[in-house]
Design a protein around this ligand. Sequence first.
Ligand SMILES: Cc1ncc(COP(=O)(O)O)c(C=O)c1O
Length: 416
Amino acid sequence: MRDADAPALDLAWVRSRFPALAALGEQVFCANAGGTFVAEPVLAILDDYQRRLRVQPYSPFEPSREAGAAMDRAREGWADALGVPLSQLTFGPSTSANSYVMAQALAPGWEPGDEIVVAVQDHEANQGAWRRAAAARGVTVREWPVDPVSGELDPGDLYPLLGPRTRWVFFTQSSNILGSTNPVKTIAAAVRERSDALVAVDAVAHAPHELCSPAELDVDLYLFSVYKVYGPHQGLMVLSEAAEAVATPQCHYFLEGDSHKRFNPTGPQHAAVAGCAGVLDYFDALAVRLGVPEAAPRRERLASVGAAMAAHEAGLAAPLLALLADRDDVRLLGRRDTAKRSATVSFVPARQAPSAVAAGLQRAGIGAESGHFYAHRLLEAMGIDPASGVVRLSLVHYNSPEEVERICEALGDALG
Ligand SMILES: Cc1ncc(COP(=O)(O)O)c(C=O)c1O
């Protein structure tokens, strides 16, 4: 969502809420797509949990009761934030772990001759597990291809892949390489119009920029990673009723009635789950700074936060995109304008290895990265060697225009 009238972020305040930014000194951190810094309220919860509450939760004695209450607060808060019933929410160790578990959960319901659609644009976490489960069950995988030049997904290429045997369509909300945002709601509606398939969306690269409601998007499985949304190392997924109805529980048989455990065979990571509440505490405080009434419904407050972050991030991405689009010695990937994209900007240098450019940036104090970022199949489809990959600069709402100036300056030097 991009709103020209969105209130401006108080960047000094925002940055003060991320102690790791101060610890960086003169360095610029622009590898946020790999994992963001952790917000102060999250650190406070984690610290308190580890110091005082680290007992088996949910017994009536203190501090066990308090530990359970801290976990419940996180679960209830995130259900509210995502606009879904609490029973539809599962915390797990990561999105890759969650998709792996869900592949085990869904595969038993698949018959030989069934079909699934997998988008080539996705991180391997939203491809490999489904592809492997399909192969094991004799299910046909139909690939939703990308444009080999732009890497973009065209919904028009999806529709002919849908048929009476299509069970699921798996695609991404936002590419972790291109930064492009796909119109999830429109695509999900079109899938439903044309087939009985369920829809699964990887929102890992989108959630740091905007928290959407899977219920509003009308999707059946929605996955993202809280450690990329300023929080602890957790994956969060939401299953619709329809998804739950076709999924086999993956927990101990006597826990099947517990919606928190049904699709997390590892058992919950107690402190990390509790710490996830701190992300919402941070967003709540940010909404107050933006002038949103505290009494407004949470989805409304989050929409204002998302709009303010998007406006700020568009301002960060614009000079980077302009600089890279202007050079004839780089292949800039993704959309040139800042609409419908995040401030994750990737490019392939023509005359140097991506790792050499990243090393040049790092020498200048810019924490950039190079590689394939597990979007192996996307890079192959775009004719880019995954072994060398791309240079990726990923910015979020706490990055500053001054940092972008430094990145642009260092980029000029690194590219030569
Ligand atoms: C778009 C995307 N999807 C999925 C994942 C996997 O997430 P996790 O590290 O939580 O397994 C990542 C991680 O980088 C990602 O960028």
